[in-house]
Design a protein around this ligand. Sequence first.
Ligand SMILES: NC(=O)CC[C@H](N)C(=O)O
Length: 375
Amino acid sequence: MPSRAPALLVLEDGRSFTGYAFGAEGETFGEAVFSTGMTGYQETLTDPSYHRQVVVMTAPHVGNTGMNDEDTESSRIWVAGYVVRDPARMPSSWRSSRSLDDDLRDQGVVGICDVDTRALTRHLRERGAMRVGISSTETDPRALLARVLESGEMTGANLSEAVSTPEAYVVPAVGERRFTVAAIDLGIKSNTPRMMSERGIDVHVLPATATIEQVEAVAPDGLFFSNGPGDPAATTGQVELLQAALEREIPYFGICFGNQLFGRALGFGTYKLKYGHRGINQPVMDRTTGKVEVTAHNHGFAVDAPLEGETQTPYGKASVSHVCLNDDVVEGLELRDDAGNLKSFSVQYHPEAAAGPHDAAYLFDRFVYLMEGRA
Ligand SMILES: NC(=O)CC[C@H](N)C(=O)O
Protein backbone atom coordinates (compact mmCIF):
# COMPACT_ATOMS: atom_id res chain seq x y z
CA MET A 1 0.00 0.00 0.00
CA PRO A 2 1.39 3.46 -0.90
CA SER A 3 2.14 5.81 1.97
CA ARG A 4 -0.44 8.55 1.83
CA ALA A 5 -0.14 12.30 2.36
CA PRO A 6 -2.70 13.97 4.66
CA ALA A 7 -5.57 15.57 2.73
CA LEU A 8 -8.39 17.99 3.46
CA LEU A 9 -11.98 18.22 2.16
CA VAL A 10 -13.93 21.48 2.59
CA LEU A 11 -17.58 22.02 1.62
CA GLU A 12 -18.87 25.41 0.53
CA ASP A 13 -20.86 25.80 3.75
CA GLY A 14 -17.60 25.56 5.70
CA ARG A 15 -17.84 21.97 7.01
CA SER A 16 -14.53 20.18 6.65
CA PHE A 17 -13.24 16.60 6.85
CA THR A 18 -9.72 15.25 7.03
CA GLY A 19 -8.32 12.13 5.43
CA TYR A 20 -5.46 10.95 3.24
CA ALA A 21 -4.64 11.45 -0.44
CA PHE A 22 -6.15 8.78 -2.68
CA GLY A 23 -5.21 8.65 -6.36
CA ALA A 24 -3.37 11.77 -7.51
CA GLU A 25 -2.05 14.27 -4.98
CA GLY A 26 -3.00 17.93 -5.53
CA GLU A 27 -6.16 19.98 -5.40
CA THR A 28 -9.54 19.74 -7.11
CA PHE A 29 -12.98 21.35 -7.04
CA GLY A 30 -16.45 20.32 -8.14
CA GLU A 31 -20.00 19.69 -7.02
CA ALA A 32 -20.16 17.20 -4.10
CA VAL A 33 -22.68 14.42 -4.79
CA PHE A 34 -23.10 10.94 -3.33
CA SER A 35 -23.68 7.62 -5.05
CA THR A 36 -25.21 4.66 -3.23
CA GLY A 37 -24.17 1.95 -5.72
CA MET A 38 -22.48 -0.95 -3.93
CA THR A 39 -20.93 -2.12 -7.23
CA GLY A 40 -19.92 -0.50 -10.51
CA TYR A 41 -17.34 2.05 -9.36
CA GLN A 42 -15.45 1.70 -12.66
CA GLU A 43 -18.58 2.53 -14.66
CA THR A 44 -19.34 5.47 -12.33
CA LEU A 45 -15.84 6.93 -12.65
CA THR A 46 -15.89 6.76 -16.47
CA ASP A 47 -19.48 8.07 -16.92
CA PRO A 48 -19.12 11.51 -18.63
CA SER A 49 -22.25 12.73 -16.78
CA TYR A 50 -20.00 13.09 -13.69
CA HIS A 51 -17.83 15.76 -15.35
CA ARG A 52 -17.14 18.52 -12.74
CA GLN A 53 -18.61 16.44 -9.90
CA VAL A 54 -16.79 15.09 -6.85
CA VAL A 55 -18.36 11.72 -6.11
CA VAL A 56 -18.71 10.44 -2.54
CA MET A 57 -19.19 6.66 -2.38
CA THR A 58 -21.51 5.46 0.37
CA ALA A 59 -20.19 1.89 -0.07
CA PRO A 60 -17.51 1.78 2.61
CA HIS A 61 -15.01 -0.42 0.78
CA VAL A 62 -14.15 0.64 -2.77
CA GLY A 63 -11.72 -0.83 -5.31
CA ASN A 64 -11.99 -4.50 -4.33
CA THR A 65 -12.07 -5.80 -7.91
CA GLY A 66 -9.50 -3.35 -9.32
CA MET A 67 -9.86 -1.89 -12.81
CA ASN A 68 -10.21 -3.80 -16.08
CA ASP A 69 -10.25 -3.03 -19.79
CA GLU A 70 -13.86 -4.04 -20.45
CA ASP A 71 -16.08 -2.09 -18.05
CA THR A 72 -15.17 1.51 -18.90
CA GLU A 73 -18.06 3.64 -20.16
CA SER A 74 -15.75 6.07 -22.00
CA SER A 75 -12.05 6.60 -22.71
CA ARG A 76 -11.19 8.24 -19.39
CA ILE A 77 -12.19 8.91 -15.80
CA TRP A 78 -14.50 11.93 -15.75
CA VAL A 79 -15.20 12.60 -12.05
CA ALA A 80 -13.52 15.79 -10.79
CA GLY A 81 -12.65 14.09 -7.50
CA TYR A 82 -13.34 10.90 -5.57
CA VAL A 83 -14.15 10.39 -1.89
CA VAL A 84 -14.02 6.95 -0.26
CA ARG A 85 -13.99 5.56 3.22
CA ASP A 86 -11.69 2.57 2.88
CA PRO A 87 -9.82 1.80 -0.35
CA ALA A 88 -9.05 -1.85 -1.11
CA ARG A 89 -5.49 -2.73 -0.11
CA MET A 90 -5.34 -5.80 -2.29
CA PRO A 91 -7.64 -5.70 -5.36
CA SER A 92 -8.50 -9.12 -6.66
CA SER A 93 -10.35 -10.24 -9.80
CA TRP A 94 -9.39 -12.38 -12.76
CA ARG A 95 -10.25 -9.43 -14.99
CA SER A 96 -8.34 -6.77 -13.02
CA SER A 97 -5.26 -5.33 -14.73
CA ARG A 98 -4.49 -2.44 -12.34
CA SER A 99 -5.66 -0.91 -9.08
CA LEU A 100 -8.19 1.90 -8.68
CA ASP A 101 -5.56 3.97 -6.88
CA ASP A 102 -3.13 3.57 -9.84
CA ASP A 103 -5.77 4.52 -12.42
CA LEU A 104 -6.78 7.64 -10.50
CA ARG A 105 -3.12 8.62 -10.13
CA ASP A 106 -2.24 7.89 -13.77
CA GLN A 107 -5.14 10.03 -14.93
CA GLY A 108 -4.40 12.86 -12.48
CA VAL A 109 -7.69 12.48 -10.58
CA VAL A 110 -7.44 13.78 -7.02
CA GLY A 111 -9.22 11.77 -4.33
CA ILE A 112 -9.38 11.47 -0.57
CA CYS A 113 -9.80 8.37 1.60
CA ASP A 114 -10.33 7.59 5.28
CA VAL A 115 -13.17 10.14 5.28
CA ASP A 116 -16.30 9.57 7.38
CA THR A 117 -18.40 9.19 4.19
CA ARG A 118 -21.50 8.40 6.24
CA ALA A 119 -21.37 11.77 8.02
CA LEU A 120 -20.52 13.54 4.76
CA THR A 121 -23.46 11.91 2.94
CA ARG A 122 -25.87 12.75 5.75
CA HIS A 123 -24.66 16.35 5.58
CA LEU A 124 -25.25 16.53 1.79
CA ARG A 125 -28.67 14.93 2.25
CA GLU A 126 -29.64 17.53 4.86
CA ARG A 127 -28.10 20.60 3.20
CA GLY A 128 -28.16 19.58 -0.47
CA ALA A 129 -25.47 19.11 -3.13
CA MET A 130 -22.89 21.88 -2.94
CA ARG A 131 -19.41 22.85 -4.11
CA VAL A 132 -16.42 21.16 -2.51
CA GLY A 133 -12.64 21.26 -2.61
CA ILE A 134 -10.16 18.44 -1.88
CA SER A 135 -6.49 19.20 -1.32
CA SER A 136 -3.34 17.41 -0.25
CA THR A 137 -1.31 20.62 -0.65
CA GLU A 138 -3.38 23.02 1.50
CA THR A 139 -3.59 22.57 5.27
CA ASP A 140 -5.68 25.63 6.13
CA PRO A 141 -9.45 24.95 5.73
CA ARG A 142 -10.23 28.68 5.47
CA ALA A 143 -7.82 29.13 2.55
CA LEU A 144 -9.32 26.10 0.77
CA LEU A 145 -12.86 27.36 1.48
CA ALA A 146 -12.03 30.68 -0.22
CA ARG A 147 -11.05 28.76 -3.37
CA VAL A 148 -14.18 26.56 -3.16
CA LEU A 149 -16.30 29.71 -3.16
CA GLU A 150 -14.51 30.91 -6.31
CA SER A 151 -15.07 27.62 -8.18
CA GLY A 152 -17.80 27.10 -10.79
CA GLU A 153 -21.38 26.14 -9.88
CA MET A 154 -23.34 23.32 -11.56
CA THR A 155 -26.45 25.47 -11.96
CA GLY A 156 -26.15 27.23 -15.32
CA ALA A 157 -23.26 25.05 -16.55
CA ASN A 158 -23.41 24.02 -20.23
CA LEU A 159 -21.02 21.06 -20.41
CA SER A 160 -22.17 18.80 -23.27
CA GLU A 161 -19.69 20.08 -25.81
CA ALA A 162 -16.77 19.57 -23.38
CA VAL A 163 -17.41 15.82 -23.19
CA SER A 164 -18.81 15.09 -26.68
CA THR A 165 -16.93 13.29 -29.47
CA PRO A 166 -15.13 15.73 -31.82
CA GLU A 167 -15.85 13.46 -34.83
CA ALA A 168 -18.87 11.41 -35.87
CA TYR A 169 -18.43 7.61 -35.81
CA VAL A 170 -20.56 4.54 -36.46
CA VAL A 171 -21.25 1.56 -34.21
CA PRO A 172 -22.52 -1.00 -36.74
CA ALA A 173 -25.49 -3.29 -36.21
CA VAL A 174 -24.66 -6.78 -34.96
CA GLY A 175 -25.94 -9.09 -37.71
CA GLU A 176 -28.40 -7.74 -40.22
CA ARG A 177 -29.02 -3.97 -40.16
CA ARG A 178 -32.68 -3.18 -39.55
CA PHE A 179 -32.57 0.50 -38.60
CA THR A 180 -30.32 3.56 -38.63
CA VAL A 181 -30.24 5.87 -35.62
CA ALA A 182 -28.59 9.29 -35.25
CA ALA A 183 -27.33 9.40 -31.64
CA ILE A 184 -26.30 12.81 -30.34
CA ASP A 185 -23.34 12.40 -27.97
CA LEU A 186 -23.93 14.72 -25.01
CA GLY A 187 -21.71 12.46 -22.86
CA ILE A 188 -22.71 9.03 -24.19
CA LYS A 189 -21.74 5.85 -22.34
CA SER A 190 -20.29 2.96 -24.40
CA ASN A 191 -23.06 0.60 -23.39
CA THR A 192 -25.78 2.66 -25.11
CA PRO A 193 -24.70 2.20 -28.77
CA ARG A 194 -23.79 -1.40 -27.84
CA MET A 195 -27.34 -2.16 -26.68
CA MET A 196 -28.77 -0.55 -29.82
CA SER A 197 -26.38 -2.38 -32.17
CA GLU A 198 -27.39 -5.70 -30.57
CA ARG A 199 -30.94 -4.92 -31.75
CA GLY A 200 -29.95 -4.52 -35.41
CA ILE A 201 -29.36 -0.77 -35.29
CA ASP A 202 -26.54 1.06 -37.12
CA VAL A 203 -25.73 3.80 -34.62
CA HIS A 204 -24.31 7.02 -36.10
CA VAL A 205 -22.89 8.85 -33.08
CA LEU A 206 -22.79 12.59 -33.84
CA PRO A 207 -21.13 15.45 -31.91
CA ALA A 208 -23.22 17.62 -29.56
CA THR A 209 -23.00 20.45 -32.11
CA ALA A 210 -24.71 18.42 -34.89
CA THR A 211 -27.25 20.34 -36.98
CA ILE A 212 -30.60 19.06 -38.29
CA GLU A 213 -28.97 18.85 -41.75
CA GLN A 214 -26.23 16.57 -40.34
CA VAL A 215 -28.91 14.44 -38.66
CA GLU A 216 -30.93 14.20 -41.89
CA ALA A 217 -27.77 13.32 -43.88
CA VAL A 218 -27.71 10.02 -41.95
CA ALA A 219 -31.30 9.29 -43.14
CA PRO A 220 -32.20 8.08 -39.63
CA ASP A 221 -35.19 5.95 -38.69
CA GLY A 222 -34.87 7.41 -35.20
CA LEU A 223 -33.07 10.12 -33.23
CA PHE A 224 -31.45 9.54 -29.83
CA PHE A 225 -30.07 12.00 -27.23
CA SER A 226 -27.71 10.55 -24.61
CA ASN A 227 -27.05 11.19 -20.94
CA GLY A 228 -24.62 14.00 -20.13
CA PRO A 229 -23.29 16.49 -17.58
CA GLY A 230 -24.47 20.00 -16.78
CA ASP A 231 -27.67 21.96 -16.33
CA PRO A 232 -30.36 21.18 -18.93
CA ALA A 233 -31.68 24.75 -18.59
CA ALA A 234 -28.33 26.03 -19.94
CA THR A 235 -28.53 23.97 -23.14
CA THR A 236 -30.46 25.64 -25.97
CA GLY A 237 -28.87 24.52 -29.26
CA GLN A 238 -29.74 20.86 -28.71
CA VAL A 239 -33.31 21.73 -27.65
CA GLU A 240 -33.76 23.55 -30.98
CA LEU A 241 -32.31 20.54 -32.83
CA LEU A 242 -34.79 18.26 -31.08
CA GLN A 243 -37.71 20.56 -31.88
CA ALA A 244 -36.68 20.56 -35.58
CA ALA A 245 -36.60 16.73 -35.50
CA LEU A 246 -40.03 16.54 -33.79
CA GLU A 247 -41.44 18.87 -36.48
CA ARG A 248 -40.13 16.40 -39.08
CA GLU A 249 -41.84 13.54 -37.17
CA ILE A 250 -38.56 11.66 -36.57
CA PRO A 251 -39.18 9.11 -33.75
CA TYR A 252 -37.14 10.10 -30.69
CA PHE A 253 -35.73 8.25 -27.67
CA GLY A 254 -33.76 10.01 -24.93
CA ILE A 255 -31.93 8.92 -21.78
CA CYS A 256 -31.35 11.12 -18.70
CA PHE A 257 -30.05 14.44 -20.12
CA GLY A 258 -31.97 13.35 -23.23
CA ASN A 259 -35.14 13.19 -21.08
CA GLN A 260 -34.54 16.65 -19.67
CA LEU A 261 -33.96 18.14 -23.14
CA PHE A 262 -37.09 16.34 -24.44
CA GLY A 263 -39.00 17.97 -21.58
CA ARG A 264 -37.65 21.38 -22.57
CA ALA A 265 -38.42 20.78 -26.27
CA LEU A 266 -42.03 20.04 -25.26
CA GLY A 267 -42.23 23.30 -23.32
CA PHE A 268 -41.66 22.05 -19.74
CA GLY A 269 -39.14 23.54 -17.33
CA THR A 270 -36.35 21.78 -15.40
CA TYR A 271 -35.17 22.33 -11.83
CA LYS A 272 -32.34 21.24 -9.55
CA LEU A 273 -33.07 18.48 -7.05
CA LYS A 274 -31.85 19.01 -3.50
CA TYR A 275 -29.28 16.20 -3.63
CA GLY A 276 -30.21 14.18 -6.72
CA HIS A 277 -30.60 10.47 -7.43
CA ARG A 278 -27.39 8.45 -7.81
CA GLY A 279 -27.40 4.71 -7.29
CA ILE A 280 -28.50 1.44 -8.78
CA ASN A 281 -31.60 0.46 -6.80
CA GLN A 282 -34.16 3.23 -7.32
CA PRO A 283 -37.79 2.10 -7.71
CA VAL A 284 -39.62 3.52 -10.74
CA MET A 285 -43.16 2.86 -11.93
CA ASP A 286 -43.88 2.54 -15.65
CA ARG A 287 -47.39 4.00 -15.70
CA THR A 288 -48.26 2.47 -19.09
CA THR A 289 -47.97 -1.06 -17.63
CA GLY A 290 -48.18 -0.40 -13.87
CA LYS A 291 -44.95 -2.37 -13.40
CA VAL A 292 -42.29 -1.29 -10.94
CA GLU A 293 -38.66 -1.47 -12.08
CA VAL A 294 -35.50 -1.35 -10.03
CA THR A 295 -33.33 1.13 -11.91
CA ALA A 296 -29.97 2.90 -12.04
CA HIS A 297 -29.98 6.69 -11.64
CA ASN A 298 -27.54 9.55 -11.98
CA HIS A 299 -29.28 12.89 -12.10
CA GLY A 300 -29.20 16.15 -10.19
CA PHE A 301 -31.86 17.93 -12.24
CA ALA A 302 -35.41 16.89 -13.14
CA VAL A 303 -38.28 17.82 -15.46
CA ASP A 304 -41.11 19.94 -14.07
CA ALA A 305 -44.18 18.40 -15.75
CA PRO A 306 -47.69 17.69 -14.39
CA LEU A 307 -47.84 14.12 -13.03
CA GLU A 308 -51.46 13.71 -14.12
CA GLY A 309 -53.12 14.36 -17.47
CA GLU A 310 -51.87 15.28 -20.92
CA THR A 311 -50.32 18.53 -22.11
CA GLN A 312 -51.01 19.65 -25.66
CA THR A 313 -47.75 20.63 -27.41
CA PRO A 314 -47.03 21.67 -31.02
CA TYR A 315 -45.82 18.09 -31.63
CA GLY A 316 -48.60 16.08 -29.99
CA LYS A 317 -49.88 15.23 -26.51
CA ALA A 318 -47.19 14.93 -23.81
CA SER A 319 -47.50 13.07 -20.52
CA VAL A 320 -45.41 11.65 -17.68
CA SER A 321 -44.82 7.93 -18.33
CA HIS A 322 -42.54 7.01 -15.39
CA VAL A 323 -42.35 8.23 -11.78
CA CYS A 324 -39.80 7.59 -9.02
CA LEU A 325 -41.57 5.91 -6.11
CA ASN A 326 -39.18 7.40 -3.54
CA ASP A 327 -40.10 11.03 -4.17
CA ASP A 328 -42.54 11.33 -7.15
CA VAL A 329 -39.87 12.86 -9.41
CA VAL A 330 -40.62 12.63 -13.16
CA GLU A 331 -38.64 9.67 -14.56
CA GLY A 332 -40.04 9.46 -18.08
CA LEU A 333 -42.01 11.35 -20.72
CA GLU A 334 -43.94 10.30 -23.77
CA LEU A 335 -45.50 12.01 -26.78
CA ARG A 336 -48.57 10.59 -28.52
CA ASP A 337 -50.61 11.59 -31.57
CA ASP A 338 -54.36 12.28 -31.39
CA ALA A 339 -55.11 8.59 -31.99
CA GLY A 340 -52.96 7.70 -28.96
CA ASN A 341 -50.04 6.23 -30.92
CA LEU A 342 -46.57 6.66 -29.39
CA LYS A 343 -44.41 9.15 -31.34
CA SER A 344 -41.44 9.68 -29.03
CA PHE A 345 -40.37 8.91 -25.45
CA SER A 346 -37.55 9.30 -22.96
CA VAL A 347 -36.50 8.20 -19.48
CA GLN A 348 -34.59 9.99 -16.74
CA TYR A 349 -32.86 6.80 -15.58
CA HIS A 350 -30.50 4.32 -17.23
CA PRO A 351 -31.79 1.32 -19.18
CA GLU A 352 -28.18 0.88 -20.40
CA ALA A 353 -26.89 0.66 -16.83
CA ALA A 354 -23.84 -1.45 -16.22
CA ALA A 355 -23.31 -2.41 -13.47
CA GLY A 356 -26.92 -2.34 -12.55
CA PRO A 357 -30.30 -3.95 -12.70
CA HIS A 358 -31.47 -4.85 -16.20
CA ASP A 359 -35.20 -4.35 -15.56
CA ALA A 360 -35.36 -1.38 -17.93
CA ALA A 361 -33.64 -2.92 -20.99
CA TYR A 362 -37.12 -3.26 -22.57
CA LEU A 363 -36.94 0.45 -23.40
CA PHE A 364 -34.46 -0.28 -26.21
CA ASP A 365 -37.03 -2.75 -27.59
CA ARG A 366 -39.70 -0.05 -27.27
CA PHE A 367 -37.48 2.20 -29.43
CA VAL A 368 -37.29 -0.58 -32.05
CA TYR A 369 -41.10 -1.03 -31.96
CA LEU A 370 -41.46 2.74 -32.35
CA MET A 371 -39.27 2.73 -35.47
CA GLU A 372 -41.22 -0.28 -36.79
CA GLY A 373 -44.43 1.72 -36.31
CA ARG A 374 -45.95 -0.74 -33.85
CA ALA A 375 -45.30 0.92 -30.46
N1 LIG B 1 -26.76 11.30 -16.31
C1 LIG B 1 -27.25 12.43 -16.84
O1 LIG B 1 -27.56 12.48 -18.03
C2 LIG B 1 -27.35 13.62 -15.94
C3 LIG B 1 -28.17 14.74 -16.50
C4 LIG B 1 -27.96 16.07 -15.79
N2 LIG B 1 -26.61 16.51 -15.92
C5 LIG B 1 -28.33 15.92 -14.32
O2 LIG B 1 -27.47 15.92 -13.46
O3 LIG B 1 -29.49 15.79 -14.00
